[in-house]
Design a protein around this ligand. Structure first.
Ligand code: CU
Ligand code: ZN
Length: 170
C-alpha cells in the first residue's frame, strides 16, 4: 500500500514537473565589443503570450540604441559580427517591435540617460523561450546608433557595441 502511494506521488511529481518543465527564464550577460565599454544583464521571463525582458545596460552614449536578438549565440568576434543578422525564423523584413512584419529579433531601441544607463522593461509578443522560434542559444546585441525601424535589413543602427548570449536561467 505504502509503495503504491509512493509510486503515485512520484508519478504526480513527474507530471507536475512536466507541466512547468518548459524553460521559463533566461539570462543574457552583455559584454562590450572591442573599443567599447557597454555592459549589462538582461533577464527574460516567459509569460503566456509574451516574453518580459528586464535589466540594465551601462556605458552607452546618451540617447537611443538599436536593440535586437541576433541569430547566433556567438559573441566571439571583436565586433560581434559572429552573432549574425537579426533573428528571423519567419523570413520577414526588418521592422518596428510593434509591427506585424518584423524580424522576431526586432526589439527596437533602448534609451540611455545622461549617465549612459538604460533601464530595460519590455514586453514582447513575438519572442518565445519555447519551441522552434526560441531565442535560447541566440544573442542580444546593442548598437551604437538608433534603429530607424524601417531601413533594411537592420535599421541602419551602426556598429555593435555589446553582445550577450541568451542562456537558460533558474
Ligand atoms: Cu542588432
Ligand atoms: Zn531586424
Amino acid at each position: 500500500m505504502t509503495s503504491i502511494l509512493l509510486a503515485a506521488f512520484m508519478l504526480l511529481g513527474l507530471v507536475t514537473e512536466g507541466y512547468s518543465g518548459g524553460t521559463m527564464k533566461a539570462i543574457a550577460v552583455l559584454h562590450p565589443t572591442q573599443g567599447n565599454n557597454v555592459s549589462g544583464t538582461l533577464s527574460f521571463a516567459q509569460g503566456k503570450k509574451s516574453v518580459h525582458i528586464t535589466g540594465e545596460i551601462s556605458g552607452l552614449a546618451p540617447g537611443k540604441h538599436g536593440f535586437h536578438a541576433h541569430e547566433f549565440g556567438d559573441c566571439s568576434s571583436p565586433d560581434a559580427s559572429s552573432a549574425g543578422g537579426h533573428f528571423n525564423p519567419k523570413k520577414m523584413n526588418h521592422g518596428a517591435p510593434e509591427a506585424k512584419m518584423r524580424h522576431s529579433g526586432d526589439l527596437g531601441n533602448i534609451e540611455a540617460d545622461a549617465n549612459g544607463m538604460a533601464k530595460i522593461d519590455v514586453e514582447d509578443r513575438m519572442l518565445c523561450l519555447c519551441g522552434k522560434g526560441s531565442i535560447i542559444g541566440r544573442s542580444v546585441v546593442v548598437h551604437a546608433k538608433s534603429d530607424d525601424l524601417t531601413s533594411q535589413p537592420a535599421g541602419n543602427s551602426g556598429p555593435r557595441v555589446a553582445c550577450g548570449v541568451i542562456g537558460i536561467a533558474k
